[in-house]
Design a protein around this ligand. Structure first.
Ligand SMILES: Cc1cc2nc3c(=O)[nH]c(=O)nc-3n(C[C@H](O)[C@H](O)[C@H](O)COP(=O)(O)OP(=O)(O)OC[C@H]3O[C@@H](n4cnc5c(N)ncnc54)[C@H](O)[C@@H]3O)c2cc1C
Length: 308
């Protein structure tokens, strides 16, 4: 069963193609709302049945000022589903839309289906990943926030039509004065196809060099457990994986010196292949991996790198 119409919106334009794939999967017709340049809107035409161009964002307006424009587009077409990314900006807009449109909002979706009765059903991890809840959208419109990578960015399918609905920002009582990049290194472990995750078994920051060498060989990004980022500060916070960090869906996740506590593992539960190296044969990670090696990671890393 499919829904009639699904819309997608994200303040992060790079999330739109993946969201469109989700909308196409779940609904008979899809539409993407684009706040950006006209060229950026046109780029999405192969991905959705319709692209609604909301115009370029006013440089002194915060993106939430366009909630009214999104609201109008939704009221005109009445989709049953609005897919958004899980970013902070999208969460703010989703909350505003929910109030204005009397819509239900479901965050952190781990999976989405449409039931035989045509209801939107969302799987979601709860209790730090120890259990899974299934929620059903009950309102005419359900807004679902999904993490990056939940839907593969599928190849172009349909040539969509472009609709212009250029809108001025609403007055939110806030002026955007300036935007500066965070002083954190740019890293996108969410989109990486291969990720090496290091835990406390690393022993010291100096040992990271050997992990990076293996990462370079494998073309893998380096992630970590929370203590490595929050307590030891050996890697940046945007690299830690788990319930309070990021969730990843790589083809390969290699856990080195990671004990495998649930709060970490929930962030890698969608990895296709999990390889673990831990010197303790009783470490919980060995209950949760496809290939396990009981070994001192720092001793085997140079050999592994050479082998690859
Ligand atoms: C509310 C809450 C939220 C949390 N959120 C997160 C989260 O989002 N992400 C997260 O990661 N954690 C999170 N945690 C922490 C989590 O519970 C674990 O404490 C943490 O994941 C453990 O990190 P670790 O595996 O690096 O360290 P440890 O548990 O200390 O494990 C280190 C492992 O390394 C092995 N080891 C030691 N030396 C070597 C060696 N030389 N070679 C090979 N193996 C070796 C040990 O046998 C051990 O299994 C959260 C905790 C709470 C309470």
């Amino acid at each position: 069963m499919k829904l009639k119409k699904a819309f997608v919106f994200s303040a992060d334009l790079s999330a739109l193609a993946g969201l469109c794939s989700g909308a196409n999967l779940l609904a008979e017709s899809s539409a993407a709302l684009v706040l950006g340049s006209k060229a950026q809107a046109e780029e999405l035409l192969p991905k959705a049945d319709k692209v609604i161009w909301l115009g370029e964002k006013d440089k002194s307006a915060i993106v939430e000022s366009y909630t009214g424009a999104i609201q109008q587009a939704i009221q005109k077409d009445e989709p049953q589903l609005l897919l958004m990314s899980g970013s902070t900006r999208d969460r703010c807009i989703a909350a505003k839309l929910a109030i204005r449109l009397n819509a239900g909002v479901i965050t952190d979706a781990a999976g989405l289906t449409v039931t035989e009765e045509g209801k939107i059903q969302v799987r979601r991890n709860v209790y730090g990943g120890a259990a899974e809840a299934v929620l059903e959208g009950e309102s005419a419109l359900t807004i679902v926030l999904v993490p990056g990578g939940l839907f593969e960015d599928l190849p172009a399918a349909q040539p969509g039509v472009l609709e212009e609905a250029v809108a001025a920002p609403e007055d939110m009582g806030v002026t955007l004065v300036s935007v500066a990049a965070k002083q954190e290194e740019a890293v996108n472990i969410v989109a990486a196809k291969r990720v090496i995750g290091v835990g406390r078994g690393l022993g010291s920051q100096e040992n990271l060099a050997a992990v990076e060498a293996l990462g370079a060989k494998l073309g893998a990004e380096i992630g970590c457990t929370r203590p490595i980022a929050e307590e030891e500060h050996w890697l940046a916070r945007n690299r830690y994986i788990g319930v309070s960090g990021v969730s990843i869906r790589p083809n390969l996740y290699m856990a080195l010196g990671v004990s495998g506590q649930i709060q970490h593992m929930v962030g890698v539960s969608d990895a296709k292949l999990i390889v673990a190296i831990n010197k303790d044969a009783k470490a919980p990670i060995f209950q949760n991996c496809d290939i396990g090696l009981v070994a001192d990671m720092n001793k085997v890393l140079p050999q592994l790198t050479e082998l690859f």
